[in-house]
Design a protein around this ligand. Sequence first.
Ligand code: PBG
Length: 338
Amino acid sequence: MSLPPLAAYPALRLRRLRQAPWIRNLVRETVLTPSDLIWSMVVHEGEGEVQVPSMPGVARLSVSGAAQAAVEARRLGIPAIAIFPNIDGAKKDAQGSLAADPDGLICRAVKAMKDAAPEVGIMCDVALDPFTDHGHDGVIEGGKILNDATIERLVEQALAQAKAGCDILAPSDMMDGRVGVLRRALEAEGLQDAMIMSYAAKYASAFYGPYRDAIGSGKLGSGPVDNPADKKTYQMDPANTDEALREVALDIAEGADMVMVKPGLPYLDIVQRVAETFALPTFAFQVSGEYAMIKAATANGWLDEERAVLESLGAFKRAGAAGIITYFAPQAARLLGA
Ligand code: PBG
């Protein structure tokens, strides 16, 4: 007696496991929760909030507003906040001198946020671009971004941030060797508990446009070298994937605790490769342009906002990300029931 084959249609029907919410919930492979989110937030010197034109729903917050937001993050179950400064144009110079100011905007915001909600982790960008009048992430000489001179400035900046109470230092500059120099400096200063999440695979991307609007570094330069939109001599070529693995391997060897891939959705293949190759927490940054795209499409009624937000964030989990840095964090946490 020969039995009919069972492991094929019509006996095999994958739709069986999709027929009702309870069974879909039971077999779901990855889950997004508020604890996967790092809230990306912009702070400014002034009082009150200032909306960012290209990022509807995102405002530059005052220091006290950021402290209140930290309390809100705790309530929503969001584990950490990444803060970025909008510095007054008059305070910027070619070297980004104020980047390491212990009384500067970022250090004051870190202190206020840690005072208000010590349970929430604070992450700071280690980079000069908010502080330079040309908008680049490094010191420029003879039309070139100087690697080693930039690292010296970055280390001063990161030490000031760590001393102010910053938990996670996130170098986003893409200079060679900066993670190792920073890790040694932290050890030497007795700051051995400061975590480093390196922007390890950061691409020279068009999707950072609204961020430069948010921090006010967008339209500063003019010529090709002075143009802050052109960071191609330090950020990675979007065409490359093996190079991302080399960058990540180096940052791990230099002492990074966690790594990041940036931008997010257009680079999910990189997120997956990095997460599969290296056994360490891999984060993805859903950047300003990704936020703006979803907002613009939903404002026009072309996409359902709630579904688009949660689907995009869930995709990072499916790719293997440990978490996502996103401007949608508070909205997503609320949609997830927080
Ligand atoms: C700069 C920095 C950028 C972002 C984070 N840190 C922009 C850039 O590299 O030009 C982008 C964040 C975003 O687009 O949301 N060091």
